[in-house]
Design a protein around this ligand. Sequence first.
Ligand SMILES: Cc1cc2nc3c(=O)[nH]c(=O)nc-3n(C[C@H](O)[C@H](O)[C@H](O)COP(=O)(O)OP(=O)(O)OC[C@H]3O[C@@H](n4cnc5c(N)ncnc54)[C@H](O)[C@@H]3O)c2cc1C
Length: 391
Amino acid sequence: MRTTVGIIGAGPAGLLLARLLQNAGIGSVVLESRDRAYVERRQRAGILEQGTVDVLRAAGVGARMDREGIPHDGIELRFDRRRHRVDLPALTGGRSVMVYAQTEVCKDLIEDRLTGGGPLLFEAEALAVEGAETDSPRVRYRHEGREAVLECDYVVGCDGFWGVARTAIPDALSRTYERTYPFGWLGILADVAPSHDELVYARSDRGFALLSMRSPTVTRAYLQVPEGTDADDWADEEIWDELDRRLEVDDPGWRLARGPITAKSVTPMRSYVHEPMRHGRLFLAGDAAHIVPPTGAKGLNLAVGDVVTFARALAAHLDKGDPALLGTYSETCLRRVWQAERFSYAMTTMLHRAPDATAFDDRIQLARLDRVTTSRAAETDLAEAYTGFPF
Ligand SMILES: Cc1cc2nc3c(=O)[nH]c(=O)nc-3n(C[C@H](O)[C@H](O)[C@H](O)COP(=O)(O)OP(=O)(O)OC[C@H]3O[C@@H](n4cnc5c(N)ncnc54)[C@H](O)[C@@H]3O)c2cc1C
């Protein structure tokens, strides 16, 4: 098989890239190792930045998001039994975010690709990228029990952190930057209306908690738990009790609504960047190149930024014969990536309690929260990063 752009991975990065290339009249083939049901069920991110919302709309795949997504104009910070609302549009000149689950973004893009787009092969596992330094890179893959080769002009590795594309960049040219955190997130989905109409980020002496939502009838919530925790060690009532304690405020009107928990899992927390994001005609996008802890809600949005950058760069090259944007792909993406890394790290360390935290560390966290909630400049900095830097 031959195509212009071989895309490895049908997560948000690979699927959206296929659509952006199609809109630009550029052919592509998407290879995905898992089956369709698995990709559509995988619970992950849920907050779309303003720029991501705009890109999905402009690409022609935002109709269901606009019908079913929940626009959010604020987040709440809780600490010291206090509540503080961050008014996102007021601080950013009108920017906000949308609650629309990654599962739904992927379902929309898969449906779109299978009904009108080009090839998308499920259960097609890429085994290796070869010839990245040449003008005709190849992806070796296994599909329906047979090995095959996808001949390409360009390959984009959208295959996530555990994918194969990154390994095609020689070690001697690779630099990695990493931090793992000594805690994770126990996430739940529950069949109960959200207790608050915006996201609540809570810092408490017992650790971090986040109250979020998937729809008007489904609550998504998270608890900071020690690294290595097994989700099954937590009984449902224990989870609700702990959420109640960490979200407690001096407001008699506040009450946490409980309901049946339908899913429970633990996510590790890691920051990771691989540089460069390009080697010859191989480009990395999304989690294949970088990971952020979920506190800043940046992972999915960074993946979108990368593929928008690649699609624009390739269109400029093929339409106008201008290779400059392809040449600076890695630098352009990494600038944005490091801003997201900085913000995600800042949010994580401001809100989570490290196992070895001292009384001094606690005071510093409270001082940081006090600063964010009393200085318009500091609050604007948070709101700008949360709603996302322009692509
Ligand atoms: C458990 C978990 C929870 C998360 N929660 C949040 C959150 O709350 N908020 C947030 O902002 N972000 C969250 N993230 C991060 C966010 O989901 C990712 O940043 C986002 O999925 C990145 O999209 P992607 O397309 O780059 O990679 P992925 O979504 O990982 O997609 C990669 C795709 O490549 C496929 N693949 C892998 N190897 C191969 C191969 N060899 N051949 C073919 N296909 C292959 C995979 O099956 C997958 O479909 C979470 C991540 C995880 C793992």
